[in-house]
Design a protein around this ligand. Structure first.
Ligand code: FNR
Length: 380
C-alpha cells in the first residue's frame, strides 16, 4: 500500500493534521480578503455550519473480525476504475492562495492518482493543467457563460485537451451574498492572472475591444459580467447535452425533482452540493439532501460540501453516493506549502479513509450501504 497509514504517517513536523488547525494555519498565511474568499459562505454562514452538523445525524456501526487485512479503495465511475473514492472539487482563482495554484494541485493529485475537477475560473489554462495531470482522470467544470460562444469554446477546448468529462455547475448563475467578500470590496484580488483560463480563451478575447493584456481591469469586469447566466432553463441543459459526447455531470443539485429533471435532459451524473454553503444561506445541509436524490435517480450520484475526513466519506458512500469531492481542505494545504502541502492533506485523508473503512469492518467502498449507519434522530 503506497499510503503510509495512521502511526506511519510522515507529515513534516509542524504540518497540521486536524482540519481545525489546517484551516487556522491556512487563514493565518493568507491576506484577510483571500482568507475570507476561501473560508466564507453566504449570509450568516449558517449553511456552512449545517453542512458539518448534518454528518452528525448519522453514526457508523462498526463490525468486527471480518478479515480487513487487504483493502481496495477503488470505485467504479462511469465505467472506469478510479483509484480512490474521491475527486478534487473545482475551486476557482487558486492563484490568490498560491502562485503555482492549480498546477501545484494537479501535480499532487497526479502523484496519487486522485482525479481532479478543474474550475472554469482557473488561474492556469485548462491545457496547462491537463499537461500536469497526464493520465490522471480529469474533468472540466463549466461555469455556463451568458455568452454561449464562451461556453462552446470551453467545451471544445476541454475535448481537445482530453478531459474525461464536463461538470456543469447549476447553483452559481450569480454569486451568492457573501458578506465577508462584500466587506472586503468584493474580490479585490481578482486580476488577470486569477482567471487566466478566461483570458486565454479565444471567444472571451473576441468580446473585448482591446486585448486583456492592454486593459486588465476592464477585462476582469467583463469576466464578472458574463461568467454566469441567470436566464438558463432545463431546455438549455438538454441543448448543452447535444454539444458533447463527453459524460455530462450537473453540480449543485439539492432537490430530488431537479435530479430527475437533469437525468431527463441527458445528464450522466449528479453532484449533490450546496457549493460549500457559499450560495444560499439557510439552504439544507448537503448530506441531508443526499438520500432523496439517490432514491430519485439511477445515474451515479456524487457528493460534496462538508467532507473533512474518512468517516465523512464512509457516511456519504453508505448513504448511496458513488464518490465524493474534497474542497476547502486541499485549498488550505496549498496555502501552507504548495504541492507538498496539498500532498500532505491528500495522504492524511487517504490514510484516514482507509483506516475508517477497515475499522468499520469493510474492505471496499462497494460494500457500504445504509445498513451500516444508524440515524441518531431515531425512526421516522
Ligand atoms: C468553490 N466551489 C466552486 N465550485 C465550482 O463549481 N466552481 C468553482 O470555481 C468553485 N470555486 C470555489 C472556490 C472556493 C474557494 C470554494 C471554497 C469553493 C465549490 C466547490 O467546488 C465545492 O462545492 C465546495 O468547496 C464544497 O464545500 P467544502 O467541502 O469545501 O466546504
Amino acid at each position: 500500500d503506497v499510503y503510509a497509514s495512521g502511526m506511519l504517517a510522515d507529515d513534516p513536523p509542524g504540518y497540521p493534521v486536524r482540519y481545525a488547525d489546517l484551516e487556522r494555519k491556512g487563514k493565518e498565511a493568507l491576506s484577510e480578503e483571500a482568507a475570507a474568499y476561501v473560508a466564507g459562505g453566504a449570509g450568516t454562514e449558517s449553511t456552512v455550519a449545517e453542512n458539518r452538523r448534518a454528518f452528525d445525524d448519522w453514526r457508523i456501526v462498526p463490525r468486527m473480525l471480518r478479515d480487513v487485512a487487504e483493502r481496495d479503495l477503488q470505485v467504479d465511475l462511469f465505467g472506469d476504475e478510479i483509484e480512490v473514492p474521491f475527486l478534487l472539487a473545482p475551486l476557482g482563482v487558486l492563484s490568490i492562495v498560491h502562485d503555482e495554484g492549480e498546477l501545484a494541485v494537479a501535480r499532487a493529485a497526479a502523484d496519487r492518482d486522485v482525479p481532479m475537477v478543474l474550475s472554469s475560473a482557473s488561474s492556469y489554462t485548462m491545457e496547462e493543467v491537463a499537461d500536469e495531470l497526464g493520465e490522471t482522470p480529469k474533468w472540466f467544470q463549466l461555469y455556463w457563460s451568458a455568452d454561449p460562444d464562451i461556453a462552446h469554446s470551453f467545451i471544445d477546448r476541454a475535448e481537445s485537451a482530453e478531459y474525461d468529462g464536463i461538470v456543469v455547475t447549476l447553483d452559481t448563475p450569480l454569486l451568492g451574498w457573501r458578506e465577508r467578500d462584500i466587506e472586503q470590496g468584493y474580490l479585490p484580488f481578482l486580476d488577470g492572472k486569477g482567471v487566466a483560463n478566461y483570458f486565454s480563451d479565444p471567444a472571451f478575447r473576441d468580446r473585448l475591444d482591446v486585448p486583456p493584456e492592454e486593459n486588465e481591469g476592464s477585462a476582469v469586469m467583463e469576466f464578472i459580467d458574463i461568467f454566469g447566466d441567470p436566464s438558463l432553463t432545463w431546455d438549455d441543459l438538454a441543448a448543452l447535452r447535444e454539444e458533447t459526447d463527453l459524460p455530462l455531470v450537473v453540480k449543485g443539485v439539492l432537490h430530488p425533482e431537479d435530479a430527475e429533471r437533469a437525468v431527463e435532459c441527458g445528464a450522466d451524473g449528479v453532484i449533490v452540493s450546496n457549493h460549500g454553503g457559499r450560495q444560499v444561506d439557510g439552504a439544507i445541509g448537503a448530506l441531508s439532501a443526499l438520500p432523496s436524490v439517490v432514491e430519485a435517480v439511477d445515474v451515479p450520484v456524487l457528493f460534496d460540501s462538508g467532507i473533512r475526513g474518512g468517516a465523512d466519506v464512509v457516511k456519504a458512500i453508505a448513504l448511496g453516493a458513488d464518490s465524493v469531492l474534497l474542497g476547502r481542505p486541499y485549498a488550505y494545504g496549498l496555502v501552507i506549502d504548495g504541492e507538498a502541502g496539498v500532498g500532505s492533506v491528500l495522504d492524511d485523508f487517504l490514510a484516514d479513509l482507509d483506516l475508517t473503512l477497515a475499522l468499520s469492518g469493510h474492505t471496499s467502498f462497494d460494500e457500504l450501504d445504509r445498513s451500516m449507519l444508524v440515524d441518531r434522530r431515531g425512526p421516522g
